[in-house]
Structures are given as structure tokens and as C-alpha cells.
Ligand binder design. Structure first.
Ligand code: AMP
Length: 400
């Protein structure tokens, strides 16, 4: 952040969309902890921070009478925890715009924080309404965007608000900087060989990612349910596996493009199959193109896991998006575990390994391997779009 925050009021878009239990206790404060360095830097330089965020989907999950469920979706639930984490005075404004917010922002002293109420209480937020964004902008002298997870949305507080600050008075926060730097490092001039690993449920969700990988990958490893659409496209028997029968041409075309580009695509030779989609399913290992009727591929098999791991361990750059199987069920978590461990081993040998977008992040966290890879993105859909090579509105609004 190349802004001197002394005596400045910094309007900071954070991602405080944290999970809460029924009594509104925070059950995972990762997003708050990750925002702390940016906020602390502002306060330590003698500035003050005005924090704005969304929490949940209040416009969709209204009370029975149609009114907003303010009790459930208020950011007030976070104030106490925020005070503790920031070791600073944290005020709260019941509205993110308007008289009270303006008054509280104006009264803020250096070293203090003002948390604004949920920006999604207004439909103008998600519509990216300029007049609403202008009201938000009026609260601060400078604008900092540290909410990478929403950078792919042109919402008022993530994108449009930046139009009201000139280039010298807006910047990414430290968290967002790190996300952009790591993903760019993986995509631009990565150390070779580069292996891209993808999994998850649908080819249609990941086809743009796969095609972008062709620009820089040496190897593409495909696991998860999406692999079975490829096997079906190659006339394999996939039993009851989750497939997208209308995406066979896309799958076939992708394999052709990969061949033409000289990129090696590895599909899992074998699969751990279940007789139902359930944790207590009967299990057998089958060749992935010979899955019997009534059975479904729910994880890459042991032989596939070994060959995927061997490619990963020999790589200098690894980008991983999407689990290899239904990792939420222990019987089908093996492949994801082997891939995660191979990423950790490659990292130890000096490779740059990045896990980003989608459920692979949850898998790495679940396996407690997040500290053993080079970078774990918090970005979800935003990281997926970044890796697809799309221009994210929240990034463009700062970079111009
Ligand atoms: P995505 O959000 O596309 O990354 O997909 C993640 C989801 O895909 C996870 O919830 C996994 O359980 C699921 N998944 C992975 N492999 C399979 C499979 N072989 N069959 C069904 N679902 C799968």
C-alpha cells in the first residue's frame, strides 16, 4: 500500500462474510484475522479505518413478512471480536451510508476504527449503483480494497466506489496484493515444468480454466467427477458417475487442443467407486473407463493417485483447483489427500505451489496442509476467474 495514512480516513472494503452459529458467535474468524495486517498498518501510521463489508445474503433471506432480517445479518455481531483482534477502539454505525455514518466517520480519531453496517442491506450494493457508491465514498479520504473474494463482482463497495477516488488515493490492501502477486507469479513466466491440477464436479465450470492452462502448463491432471465426462467422450463405460452428457464435444475438443499445444493431459486410470453417493457406500476400485452399471466413480484410484503425485513431485510450479473426489467422505478422500501431500513434497523441494478457487482449499485446510504449500488463496470464485485470465472489475477499478 503506497499511501501514507497519517491523519487519513481510509475507507476499507474487507471481506467479513464470516460463518456464525445460531447465537451469532463467529465459528471461523479466518477472514477477520487475514484483514488485520492491512487495518493495523493504517492505524499504526496514524490513520483511521472505516470498514465496510457484506455478511450473507440478507436481500434473499428475508423475514416471512418481507422485511430484512437485520438481527441475523448485522455486522454488529463482529464488533467485540474485532476489538480483540485489532486491539483498537471499534465503533459501529447502524447504517453504511447516511447521516449517522457520516457523523461517526467524521468524529473518528487516528488509531480508531468504524465498522459500517452490512452493505448488502441495500439492493444498490449488488447493482453497483453509482449514487450509493458515491455516498460510501464520501466517508473516506482514501479507498483500500482488501476483499479479493468479491473482486469479480462489480458491486458498489468493491468496484464502483473506486471511481470516486483518484489514482493516488486508492490501493489494494495487503491481502489482495498477495493474492494478485501469487496468482500472477503462477501464470506469468512460471518455473517449468508447470503442472495444473483440476477436479471438482463439472467440466462446464472448469472448461475456461482448462483452456487457459493450455497457455502455460506442461501437464494438466484432471480428477473429480469432471474426469468421467472425458471418459464418456472417449466412449468409456462410466456407470452412474456424475457426467455432463451435453459436454462431450467440449471435452473432446479440449483433448484435441491440448494435443496440438503439446500439453500432456492425464486422466485417472482407475477410480474408487461406490454403489451409492454416500459415506457408507460399498466400495471397489475399477478402471475409470470400465465402471460397472450401478456404480459411480467417487475418487481417483490408487494407481491414478500415484501417477498424479509423481508428476506433481517433479514439477517446479503447481496450480491446483478442485478436489480429486468426494473428499468430504473419508472413503473417497484418498486421492485428494495424495495430491495435497505431493504438493507439500514439491514445495519442500523448492517448487511454487498454489491452491486456489473452489473446494481444494477446504480440502487442504481439512488435511492441515495449508502451511506446507506456497500459497492458499482465499479467493474462491474470484481466484477461479483470475486464473481463467478474466479481468476482475475490483482489480481494474484500482489499477485503471
Ligand atoms: P467444485 O466446486 O466444482 O470444485 O466441486 C467440488 C465438489 O465436487 C466437492 O463437493 C466434491 O465432493 C465434488 N466431487 C468431486 N469428485 C466427485 C465425484 N467423482 N463425484 C461426485 N462429486 C464429486
Amino acid at each position: 500500500m503506497n499511501i501514507n495514512f497519517k491523519d487519513k480516513k481510509a475507507l476499507v472494503r474487507v471481506d467479513f462474510n464470516v460463518p456464525l452459529d445460531k447465537s451469532y458467535n463467529i465459528t471461523d474468524d479466518t477472514r477477520i484475522r487475514e484483514a488485520v495486517p492491512t487495518i493495523r498498518q493504517i492505524l499504526d501510521q496514524g490513520g483511521s479505518a472505516i470498514l465496510m463489508s457484506h455478511l450473507g445474503r440478507p436481500l434473499e433471506k428475508r423475514n416471512a413478512d418481507g422485511s430484512l432480517n437485520k438481527e441475523k445479518f448485522t455486522l454488529k455481531h463482529l464488533v467485540k471480536h474485532l476489538r480483540k483482534k485489532l486491539k483498537a477502539k471499534v465503533h459501529f454505525a447502524d447504517d453504511c451510508v447516511g447521516k449517522q455514518a457520516l457523523k461517526k466517520a467524521a468524529a473518528l480519531k487516528p488509531g480508531e476504527v468504524l465498522l459500517l453496517e452490512n452493505t448488502r442491506f441495500y439492493e444498490e450494493e449488488e447493482k453497483g449503483d453509482p449514487a450509493f457508491a458515491k455516498k460510501l465514498a464520501a466517508l473516506g479520504d482514501v479507498y483500500i480494497n482488501d476483499a479479493f473474494g468479491t473482486a469479480h463482482r462489480a458491486h458498489a463497495s468493491t468496484t464502483i466506489v473506486a471511481n470516486y477516488f483518484d489514482k493516488a488515493n486508492k490501493s489494494f490492501g495487503l491481502l489482495m496484493d498477495r493474492e494478485i502477486e501469487n496468482a500472477s507469479r503462477a501464470m506469468k513466466n512460471p518455473a517449468k515444468p508447470v503442472t495444473c491440477v483440476t477436479g471438482g464436479s463439472k467440466v462446464s465450470d472448469k472448461i475456461l480454466l482448462l483452456e487457459k492452462f493450455l497457455d502455460y502448463a506442461d501437464n494438466i491432471l484432471i480428477g473429480g467427477a469432471m474426469a468421467y465426462t472425458f471418459f464418456l467422450a472417449k466412449k468409456g463405460a462410466v456407470g452412474n458417475s456424475l457426467v455432463e452428457a451435453d459436454k462431450l464435444k467440449i471435452a473432446k475438443d479440449f483433448l484435441k487442443k491440448a494435443k496440438a499445444a503439446g500439453v500432456k493431459v492425464l486422466l485417472p486410470k482407475d477410480s474408487v467407486c461406490g454403489d451409492k453417493f454416500a459415506a457408507d457406500a460399498s466400495v471397489q476400485v475399477c478402471p475409470s473407463n470400465q465402471i460397472p452399471d450401478g456404480w459411480m466413480g467417487l475418487d481417483i484410484g490408487p494407481s491414478a493417485a500415484r501417477s498424479f503425485a509423481s508428476v506433481i513431485r517433479k514439477s517446479q510450479t503447481v496450480i491446483w483447483n478442485g478436489p480429486m473426489g468426494v473428499f468430504e467422505m473419508p472413503a473417497f478422500a484418498g486421492g485428494t489427500k495424495v495430491v495435497a501431500k505431493a504438493c507439500a513434497a514439491a514445495t519442500k523441494k523448492g517448487a511454487f505451489t498454489m491452491v486456489g478457487g473452489g473446494d481444494s482449499v477446504a480440502a487442504v485446510n481439512q488435511l492441515k496442509l495449508s502451511k506446507k504449500v506456497s500459497f492458499v488463496s482465499t479467493g474462491g470464485g474470484a481466484m477461479l476467474e483470475f486464473l481463467e485470465g478474466k479481468e476482475l472489475p475490483g482489480i481494474k477499478a484500482i489499477q485503471g
